[in-house]
Design a protein around this ligand. Structure first.
Ligand SMILES: [Fe+2]
Length: 288
């Protein structure tokens, strides 16, 4: 519950506000970019919703904020809980309800005839558990890396799921059922390729679904303001030179959707995505 006594000073007047418990993770700015801005230390309300669609976006941000820092003084606002998981494209959903345990990292859900996948983990909530159940449960939980496991153990226990993690990240989820040993890629199932991308962490992995949707964890993200890709050079915990190598290997694959742990969701023609990735790779040696 957000606290009126701890308001971020830059909030504009109106029913939505952010308090100083905000961890500035970017979840609200992804979900409601017209309403929330970044003042450096915290997110804040830069403009109150101007129409019904911005009101919906702001309410979704309120629910997904991992630390409950967004408040709403209007008791008539409609609860948007039922919007989650939020459908992005055929069979692919954004879970919402980001977890503070993964610093507000995004998680995603894919429905598939051979069993559904959860990619990284949201907070464990009965609401999501019921929604996942209605969509057919969770067969696999793919963990991109150690930072974003959140409540994966609780979902695995509830659904009898198999958690997939790389050997080098195993200490973050020691009971994981499937441990990836490879250092390049794994054709895990017909529509799912696991690509090992060391750099941000030693055993970071990304997941490519149907040669179209790439779930990138903290390896690669998109910024919609600058329209550029980023490798989070300020948050590379293992090796920037390894991350450059991983990025070059990733350039050998086609994808159109980039769904990251942080940063904006993006869908572009694969040729355009390739071009952005090549530009990033050329910048990387000077970064880090
Ligand atoms: Fe991370």
């Amino acid at each position: 519950m957000a606290n009126e006594k701890k308001l971020v000073q830059e909030n504009v007047e109106g029913h939505f506000f952010v308090d100083t418990t905000c961890i500035n993770c970017d979840t609200c700015r992804q979900l409601a970019p017209g309403v929330f801005g970044d003042q450096g230390q915290f997110s804040f309300v830069r403009k109150q919703p101007q129409d019904a669609s911005e009101e919906v976006e702001a309410m979704r941000a309120l629910l997904s904020c991992p630390v409950g820092s967004i408040g709403n003084r209007d008791p008539k606002s409609k609860d948007r809980r039922d919007d989650f998981p939020l459908k992005l494209t055929d069979n692919v959903y954004y879970c919402g309800f980001n977890s503070p345990a993964s610093y507000g990292g995004n998680s995603y859900f894919v429905t598939h005839p051979d069993g559904n996948w959860l990619i990284d983990s949201p907070r464990y909530l009965n609401h999501l558990k019921e929604k996942f159940t209605a969509l057919g449960g969770i067969k696999y939980i793919f963990l991109t890396h150690r930072d974003d496991v959140a409540d994966a153990d609780k979902y695995a226990s509830a659904f009898g799921s198999s958690r997939i993690i790389h050997r080098a990240e195993l200490s973050a989820q020691p009971q994981a059922e499937i441990v990836i040993e490879e250092n390049n890629f794994v054709d895990f199932a017909p529509d799912f390729k696991i690509i090992v991308t060391p750099g941000h962490t030693r055993g970071h992995m990304v997941l490519l679904y149907k040669k179209c949707v790439l779930f990138t964890g903290d390896h690669l993200s998109y910024d919609s303001d600058s329209k550029t890709l980023s490798g989070h050079e300020g948050h590379c915990w293992y090796s920037w030179s390894e991350q450059i190598k991983s990025m070059k290997r990733l350039a050998g694959y086609d994808f159109e959707w980039l769904l990251a742990g942080h940063g904006n969701r993006v869908h572009l023609p694969k040729e355009e995505m390739h071009l952005l990735l090549k530009k990033l790779i050329s910048r990387m040696p000077e970064q880090g």
